[in-house]
Structure formats: C-alpha cells, structure tokens
Ligand binder design. Structure first.
Ligand SMILES: Nc1ncnc2c1ncn2[C@@H]1O[C@H](COP(=O)(O)OP(=O)(O)OP(=O)(O)O)[C@@H](O)[C@H]1O
Length: 308
C-alpha cells in the first residue's frame, strides 16, 4: 500500500505539486496523466525519496519515505524520466553494480541479472557500453535495473517514451505481466497506454488532482459516451437523427459528412433508436458502433484552462 497525504512541493515561489492525497493498493496499475509541466515527475521523485516534499507525507508499505528512506526504497523499483544510467558502463557491469547495491551476492546475484536481462531481452548488448545504445535499449536497461530486485512497487516515469511500436508493445506486456502482485505507477502522455495498461488513472494539472477514476469511468465522462458512430452514411438525413429521443446532437466526423457521430444525452442509450430509424428509412451504412467515450476529449476538457 502507498499512502500519499497532502503532498506539496514548491520551487522558490512556484507551487508545482499542490496538496495531493491518494493511496494505491497491490494489483493496481495507476496511470499518472497530465499536460507538460503538470508536476508528474516531481511527484514521482517525492514518492521515491529523491526529492523532499515541501509538506505532506508518503508511506510505502508503512515506511515513511522521509524518515525510513532505505526501508521504503528497498520496496521500490524506479525508472526516472529519460532512464538515466551511467553511460560509460557496459550493460552487464551496470546491472552487476545495481545488483550489488541492492544487496545480492554470488549465485543469487547472477540469477537476478540473468532474469532481468532475459525479461528485457538484453543478452545481445550485455557487453556494450550504455552510451552507445539506442534510446529504446537504454530504456530497457533502465527498466531492467528497476525490476532486478523484484520490488513490490514499480514507479515508471514515461516508460515507453521514444520506443518503437514493437518495443512499446513489449514493455507494456512486461508491465502487465509484473503487475498482478505489485503496485505500478506510470506517468504517461499516451492516452492509449492508459486504456491498454491501467486499472486506474489520476489526471493532474498545475500540481492539482483533477480526476481519480478507472479508464472506463473517465470515458463515461466524455460527451461521446454512448454516442453512435455511422460510417459511409451518404444518404442519411441528419435532421431526422437529431429529432430522435435522447439524441443531443449530430456531428460530422469528416469533411464529406459521410461519417456521422450521433451524440446521446447523458445517461441515455440511443443505439436502438438510431438503428430503428436506419432500418425504417432503408438507409445503408457500412458500419455502426456505440462509443465508450474518448479519453483525449475528457483529458482536454478536464485540463482546459489549467495549461501552463
Ligand atoms: N528543480 C527544479 N527547480 C525549479 N523548477 C522545477 C524543478 N523541477 C521541476 N520544476 C518545475 O516544476 C514544474 C513541474 O515539472 P515536472 O517535471 O514535475 O512536470 P511533468 O508533469 O513531469 O512534465 P512533463 O510531462 O513535461 O515531463 C515545471 O514547471 C518545472 O519547470
């Protein structure tokens, strides 16, 4: 369990984290979302004990990160933003060094290094110096050092930033496979990552908590929740759609107007009415589907006016 209570941070007069309180339980994958400069990295640095808070507290499985720092940090694997590593070290030596300072010796140390290298597919680069690696491989080395001691808490600052689609997929699958008995907190700008990975998402802007919900809960706040999208709908009479009970409005999803989105009034399911009208009028459409809602639109509307 992680418990964050009234956490704040200011640099000089500038308050960048403003009274954050939340807790996270094992098994949860928490997405930390916010525009640039929202305070995500600063919060993660305070959760991991790299930066002291101006006020408030963080407890990691009961250990206060300020007063019982080492006990708390033993529970944590941390991938800082940009995955900084010692560039002039070779990958194998770097992992060996991390394993040593995590307290492993002998056969157990070798086993840990082998396992982390296998999980991140690093065997081919163990002899290569870190500064000569591609961005994706550097990040994999950063992830390997974060998981080497099998921590109960993984705090990952933009873990898939800069990775190609294959690597993104691989890292997400790894995070998912590790997550069942751990607490995972990831910061990301990538909204699809929240849908793919997270059981819960926090949205912050200017250091303040704006939303704490499941991805489904966030999508349900979208004006497109329960909207019906029609593809290839050239001959459809928009006014007739707008007049249906429960319909809020109709938007064209493209310039030609052949893709339409029929928005529902909050809490009303309009699929049956839209489908019924199409059948009654004999209008042909190529596809028809009900939207769960759009995370990007929810993110924009929540953070509107909060951008720095
Ligand atoms: N050491 C520091 N001294 C002064 N200001 C800082 C310091 N570290 C961060 N800041 C400021 O705090 C604010 C929050 O930065 P932070 O890196 O936490 O945001 P973020 O949400 O992680 O942004 P991004 O998505 O761009 O990585 C920014 O305005 C940043 O300039």
């Amino acid at each position: 369990m992680i418990e964050i209570n009234h956490l704040s941070k200011h640099f000089a007069q500038h308050k960048v984290v403003d009274d954050l309180s939340f807790s996270v339980r094992p098994g949860e994958v928490l997405g930390f979302l916010g525009p640039n400069g929202a305070g995500k990295s600063t919060t993660m640095k305070m959760l991991t004990g790299f930066l002291p808070p101006s006020s408030g507290s963080v407890r990691i499985f009961g250990f206060d990160i300020q007063n019982q720092t080492q006990k708390a940090q033993r529970k944590i694997g941390y991938l800082p933003e940009g995955a900084p590593c010692y560039g002039d070290m070779r990958v194998g030596s770097f992992l060996d060094f991390i394993a040593s300072i995590r307290g492993f010796r002998g056969a157990e140390k070798k086993r840990r290094i082998r396992q982390a290298a296998a999980q991140l597919e690093l065997f081919d680069v163990l002899g290569q110096s870190i500064e000569t690696l591609s961005k994706g491989f550097k990040r994999r080395v950063g992830l390997a050092q974060a998981i080497l001691h099998d921590p109960k808490v993984l705090i990952l600052d933009e873990p898939t930033d800069g990775l190609d689609p294959n690597q993104k997929h691989q890292v997400r699958a790894l995070i998912q496979s590790l997550s069942h008995d751990k607490i995972v907190i990831i910061s990301t700008h990538i909204l699809e990552e929240v849908s793919a990975l997270c059981s819960r998402a926090l949205i912050i802007a200017k250091g303040r908590l704006l939303a704490d919900d499941t991805p489904e809960g966030l999508r349900a706040r979208s004006r497109y929740h329960q909207a019906v999208t029609l593809r290839g709908a050239q001959a459809v009479d928009q006014v007739a759609l707008e007049d249906l009970p429960g319909v809020a409005t109709v938007e064209a999803d493209d310039a030609k107007g052949s893709n339409l989105c029929v928005l529902a009034q909050p809490g009303i399911s309009i699929f049956a009415a839209v489908h019924g009208l199409l059948a009654q009028r004999g209008w042909q459409v190529q596809s028809l589907h009900v939207e769960q809602g759009r995370l990007d639109e929810v993110f924009r509307s929540l953070t509107k006016g909060e951008l720095q």
